[in-house]
Ligand binder design. Structure first.
Ligand SMILES: Nc1nc2c([nH]c(=O)n2[C@H]2C[C@H](O)[C@@H](COP(=O)(O)OP(=O)(O)OP(=O)(O)O)O2)c(=O)[nH]1
Length: 133
């Protein structure tokens, strides 16, 4: 089975009540349309994961991010491919998270984190994100 290498950004911020929140996006096209994910995409040849993530977030959300620590690498078998997805904590440096490709987006806190219909692979990451919010 072919492996697709993807990087994903768990963009963290603080809301007006001082609570930590993270940014989730809903896919606007393709096989997984309507599913919720962490923004990001495929690593191109010659890129580090961090470079790929900065490029993807600039392309998809018109926003510059700082890439922090690796949260986890998710390994998941979809019917047609194996996904290897490196997920990083990120923060916004500049920009307003403009949805250029996604259908919708939400800021989620610890309690609402599991309220959206996450893609199957992402479910494996949620516990770690929740523990560290
Ligand atoms: N970006 C992202 N992709 C995810 C997540 N969870 C998950 O299963 N995926 C899967 C969906 C896609 O098959 C693949 C990411 O590819 P991608 O974001 O480049 O999207 P795509 O296949 O539509 O690619 P393309 O049209 O831009 O080439 O990883 C996630 O949280 N974020």
């Amino acid at each position: 089975m072919r492996t697709i290498k993807v990087v994903a950004a768990v963009i963290k911020a603080v809301n007006e009540d001082g609570e930590p929140i993270i940014f989730a996006t809903q896919r606007g096209y393709g096989d997984f349309k309507g599913g919720w994910e962490f923004p990001g995409g495929k690593i191109e040849s010659g890129e580090t994961p961090q470079e790929a993530l900065k490029r993807e977030i600039l392309e998809e959300l018109d926003t510059e991010i700082a890439v922090g620590d690796l949260i986890d690498t998710i390994e998941f078998d979809y019917p047609d491919f194996h996904l290897s997805m490196e997920c990083f904590w990120c923060e916004i440096c500049r920009g307003d998270l403009v949805l250029k490709e996604h259908e919708a987006a939400r800021w989620l806190n610890k309690e609402s984190l599991c309220c959206v219909n996450w893609l199957p692979a992402d479910v494996l990451l949620l516990e770690k994100v929740q523990m560290n919010l």
